[in-house]
Structures are given as C-alpha cells and as structure tokens.
Write a protein that binds this ligand. Structure first.
Ligand code: ASP
Ligand code: MG
Length: 416
C-alpha cells in the first residue's frame, strides 16, 4: 500500500473552515487506499503573533523559552486537524514533535533534525489510522522543545517522508507550484511541471521562497519525491487530476533534450557589494578580509579579486544587505589597517539575477546569450559567478526587473 505524506502550510490551515477542507482532502486520499501522514504548519499569522508576544516581554527573547512559545501554533493545528478527520468518521491521531519523537540538536530557533523514530507512526498506519505530526518542532536530548527555523514545517514533512520511506511527499501551499520566475515580475511566467532537485536547490537558495531550503536538501539527500501543489483547489477534485498538478521535484534529468535549457530565472534584492581597494597582493589577504567577515557570522556570496598592478589589487565581494553596515565597520575599524588597504567602498543598490538549468551542462553559449541579452538592454554587469547549473550577475537594482523580463524572454521561458 502506498504511503503518502501531505504537508499543509499556514494559509491552508488558516481557519477552521479551511482545516475542514484539509480533512476532506486527506480523507479522500485515505479512502482511495493510501496510508496517510499529515504534517501541518500553524494557522497563518500564528507564529508571528506568538513571537511578537515574547518580544513584548523581552526584546531579545531567551531562545529556549522562545521555542517553547513559538512551537505551540503547530500543536493547535494538529489537534484541530485530527478532530476534523474524526468528525468525518476517520481514525486519526496527532503527535507533537516530542511524542514521535523527532530528535534535533539544541540550536534553539534553528535546530537540525537528527533522527525520527518511525515506530509509532508505522504501528498507527498499520492499524488504519491517519497520523498527524506537528511541523516546525522537535525535541533535543535534554527534552527541550526546539524549532527548525521559520518555514521549518516543510523540512519536518520531507524528513518525516524520508523516515517512513514515503512514496511521495506532497507540499500543499498557497501557490500552485514552482514558476519559471516570480509571476509578479513577469506576467508570462509559467508553472514548471517538473524541476530537478538541484535546480530547486539553486532556485530556493537564490531567493525563490516556495520551500524552505533545508527541506530541499533533505529531499535530495534522501531521494524523497516531492511535489509542490495548491491547497486552494476543490478538496474533492479527482485524485488523477490532483496527482498531475503542481511541480514535481525529480531526481532524473530525463527529456532535457526537448525541454528548455534554462528552467528558471531567480533574483535577489537582498544584496550589497563591498570593495577593498589597494590591497597588497600577497598570500593571506583573502583570508584576512573574509575571515573577519565570517567570524561575525556574515555570509559572503560572490567574490572577485582583480589581477594585481604594481603589487596592489582590489578585492570585491557581496553580503546580504542587512549585514552591510556591520561588514563596513569591521573592515574600516580593523582589517583596513591590518592589511594596509587604501580604502573601502560599497554599494547597497545592487541586485543579483541568475539563470538556472541543468541543461547548461550539455549546452554551450548560455553565458554568452545571457550577457548579450543584458547588453541589448544596456545593463552593465558588475560581477559574475557561475556554478555547473547556474550563472549569476550582479547589476544595479534599478534594472533588476528589466533584466529578469528580458532573460525570461530570451530563453523562451514563456513557452515552457
Ligand atoms: N509556523 C512556522 C512559521 O511560521 C513554520 C512553518 O510555517 O513552516 O515559520
Ligand atoms: Mg511555508
């Protein structure tokens, strides 16, 4: 008998009316003969409300107690969903993370799942019950309640699916799948029927917020077939139609000959660029600059070091915009003197635009096409970085939407 995990986001669980619809949908799958595990989020807005309460008491809340509070939203939703299923005549049982248990490390507010005990889940499924497990939460080795970071119930669902060896993990959300780019920027954006796990990982890390990135890593590591689809459709729609909807995150790169070489255009406004000018060109410089930044827990993305002239070079990198001021302080206050740089300059009006596609591996000329498209629009490229399946450029943020639209057209994504 096939085993399916469903995950429902906050919008899908947003009211008792919607929870009743979730129950109808789950019951429909169960009636069709599937063993069902369901992982819901808190009702929409609830986690924000709980965190705001904590901040009213303590602006920088104690992290352990914060997790204790923030995790309660999911406890309410699992209870309500279980009752809604029981009201439909189903046997259902709800478990908080600690009751499964879902074991995590002790990194409060951003804990990582270490193991999931599948014994109770399997026994309940065998007894014909629908099992409901709270997303977002776990328990550490000292029985402290932990949470997995915002959006973490995606990761809970995929991890549970991996632990019980589910045939598929269906992530129901308020969008109907993964798009070639943000439809708010390009109205011709298309829903992708399929995306490879690697592409999804790039899209998620580049700012496409459909899934929490860690859930994609989990899906990849444990080869969990995962589908993103809408929960706002008729819950009684036919199973055949439902299993074809949304976007499947797959592990094969089949048919890429016929498919577009590029699967999507991702972008991020959350960028800032910093240049250290007149750096002596000797071993250890990159380490001294980026080491100081890393020590402050700031993530560096793109990096360029120029060819040196007369023993001096310039060193440029990007950081999240919110970390710009702190990065400049670190560089100006200590690093500059240490390495004898001439000056430090920066720019916060930059954005990153990336084309993503596994088809790049087998096609040449993708970078040239990207750069020509930007040139035709008169857009200057400030930095470039590449991976096997991605090319990113940093440009003036004024031109970001123009760049995304032009690239979407140039790579024919409106016809995907
Ligand atoms: N309720 C949590 C949040 O709002 C987890 C989730 O929704 O995935 O971040
Ligand atoms: Mg979410």
């Amino acid at each position: 008998m096939a085993l399916i995990v469903h995950k429902y986001g906050g919008t899908s669980m947003g009211s008792t009316e919607r929870i009743k619809n979730v129950a109808k949908r789950v019951a429909k799958w169960h009636d069709a003969g599937y063993q069902m595990v369901v992982v819901p989020s808190a009702m929409s807005g609830e986690t924000n409300r709980l965190i705001a309460l904590a901040r009213e008491i303590m602006p920088q809340p104690d992290q352990r107690e914060l997790d204790l509070i923030a995790s309660t939203g999911e406890q309410v939703s699992i209870g309500l969903l279980s009752m809604a299923l029981q009201a439909l005549g189903k046997q259902a049982v709800a478990y908080a993370g600690w009751q499964v248990p879902i074991r995590t490390d002790s990194a409060f507010t951003k804990a990582r799942i270490q193991s999931i005990d599948d014994a109770k889940i399997k026994a309940d499924l065998a007894a014909g019950k629908i099992v409901i497990i709270a997303g977002f939460q776990g328990v550490d080795e000292n029985n402290n309640i932990t949470t997995l970071g915002r959006g973490g119930s995606d990761t809970s669902a995929v991890a549970v699916a991996a632990a019980v060896k589910a045939d598929e993990c269906l992530i129901y959300t308020d969008v109907d799948g993964v798009y070639t780019t943000d439809p708010r920027v390009v109205s011709e954006a298309r829903r992708l029927k399929k995306i490879t796990f690697e592409e999804m990982l790039e899209m998620a890390s580049l700012g496409s917020k459909v899934l929490q990135i860690r859930s994609v890593e989990f899906a990849g590591n444990y080869k969990v077939p995962t589908r993103v689809l809408s929960s706002l459709t008729d819950p009684m729609m036919s199973l055949e139609e439902e299993t074809k909807s949304g976007t499947l995150i797959s592990f094969e790169e089949d048919n890429h000959m016929e498919q577009a070489v590029i699967s999507g255009i991702a972008f991020s406004r959350d960028e800032a660029k910093i240049t250290v000018l007149g750096v002596p060109d000797r071993p250890g410089i990159a380490f001294q600059i980026l080491g100081a930044i890393a020590e402050a827990n700031i993530e560096v993305d793109m990096i360029i070091q120029n060819q040196s002239v007369d023993g001096k070079t310039d060193f440029t990198f990007t950081v999240p915009r919110g970390d710009y001021a702190r990065s400049m302080d670190i560089l100006n206050n200590t690093v500059k003197q240490q390495i004898g740089a001439t000056s430090i300059v920066g720019d916060t009006q930059v954005s990153k635009v990336s084309v993503v596609g596994v088809g790049m591996r087998s096609h040449v000329g993708i970078a040239a096409k990207m750069f020509k498209t930007l040139f035709d629009e008169g857009i200057n490229i400030q930095m470039i970085s590449t991976s096997e399946i991605k090319i990113s450029v940093l440009i003036n943020e004024k031109y970001m939407e123009l760049a995304v639209r032009a690239l979407h057209k140039a790579f024919g994504l409106e016809n995907v």
